[in-house]
Design a protein around this ligand. Structure first.
Ligand code: NAI
Length: 337
């Protein structure tokens, strides 16, 4: 039975890296039926809506989406469609692996999976200005909402992920020394859940600032990290930097009723339209989608082909230190398949 997937090519470099990814999936013999939909700026251009109803209806039907990056205007304009999609489908777990692909870089043995809570914290969008003495923007307040239920499900997800992926340790990352209530609740819940996994999965906890430093000093001490929304957003870019940058960093957004796979990077406006973007992150996101569907064999083959091309070092995109364009890099992966 072919699997139906909502395909959102997205903005900027999105359509180019999406085409490359689909070519690689086809070459690996994947039997997907793609339902192409728009969102973000492409949605505004096509139907004057950054999150069109047709796109939402498609994801409701397929419960599976592969998505290119979407442009979010800074400051004013529409709110992040990425955040809205996570909210709409309650995609509470954001899973971002970072693994060394090419030895000989600054770090040879990074193998970290960051699990970020995706629906709570400072990103819930409850914020307002406080007018004082005639200044309408004298102060601004943003609410960081942490719930016991939300913390429980993400922390449990992290421990279950560790068990099913044969990982040894889960690190709870927080700022409970300062944010005693919100971060404190997350940490308390984490320590309780850790007891259930004692003997199967180790658990420790670290304060976010110390964690950020230790990731740079000794990334090999980390295995699975679970943290709240804002800290997870920042740390996931940091860990992608440990393994060669955003061009190879995939992400999955998992909920009870749908799963959405994407690259961690954005629309890369500086190189958009030049045909030189690295499709690797979206290709690895597609591999996570295959794993999610239980097709570990094809996921493994595609990962191996990508790793081989990168380790050979002959056909690399510019961000990886080469001169190849998106098509040439994609062709090399298909040849390696
Ligand atoms: P960005 O990730 O688009 O770019 C940062 C730097 O990394 C740029 O120099 C870019 O050329 C490079 N880069 C990113 N992906 C690359 C790739 N595949 N190959 C080669 N080089 C790559 O971040 P930026 O500039 O902060 O954001 C641009 C836009 O993307 C904004 O509108 C932002 O809101 C959006 N964005 C969307 C995301 C999503 O849809 N998941 C995630 C992050 C940002």
């Amino acid at each position: 039975m072919p699997t139906h997937v909502t395909l959102i090519p997205g903005d900027g470099i999105g359509p180019g890296i999406t085409d490359a990814t689909v070519r690689i999936l086809d070459a690996a013999g994947c039997d997907f039926i793609y339902d192409r939909q728009v969102a973000g700026l492409a949605g505004v251009s096509a139907v004057n809506d950054p999150m069109p109803e047709a796109t939402l209806a498609s994801i409701r039907r397929t419960r599976l989406a592969l998505k290119g990056p979407l442009e979010t205007p800074v400051g004013g304009g529409y709110r992040s469609v990425n955040v809205a999609l996570r909210k709409t489908f309650d995609l509470y777990a954001n899973v971002r692996p970072a693994k060394t692909v090419r030895p000989g870089g600054r770090y040879d043995n990074v193998d970290i999976v960051l699990i970020r809570e995706n629906t709570e914290g400072l990103y819930i969008g409850i914020e307002h200005y406080v007018p004082i003495a005639g200044d309408p923007k004298a102060a601004a307040e943003s609410v960081a909402l942490i719930t016991r239920a939300g913390s429980e499900r993400i922390i449990r997800y992290a421990f279950e992920y560790a068990v099913s992926h044969k990982r040894k340790k889960v690190t709870l990352v927080h700022k409970a020394n300062i944010l005693k209530f919100s971060s404190g609740l997350f940490l308390d819940v984490g320590r309780e859940i850790a007891k259930e996994y004692a003997g199967r999965v180790e658990c420790d906890d670290r304060i976010i600032d110390a964690c950020a430093m230790q990731l740079v000093m000794k990334p090999e001490i980390f295995d699975v990290i679970v943290t709240t929304n804002l800290f997870g957003d920042i740390l996931s870019d940091e860990i992608s930097g440990l393994v060669g940058g955003l061009g190879l960093a995939p992400g999955a957004n998992i909920g009870a009723g749908a799963a959405l796979f994407e690259a961690v990077h954005g629309t890369a406006p500086d190189i958009a339209g030049k045909g030189v973007a690295n499709p690797g992150a979206l290709v690895l996101a597609a591999c996570m989608m295959l794993d999610h569907l239980g097709d570990n064999e094809r996921a493994g083959r595609i990962r191996n082909a990508l790793t081989k091309v990168i380790r050979e070092g002959k056909t690399l995109t510019r961000d990886l230190g080469g001169t190849a364009n998106t098509d040439q890099f994609t062709d090399a992966i298909i040849a390696a398949l």
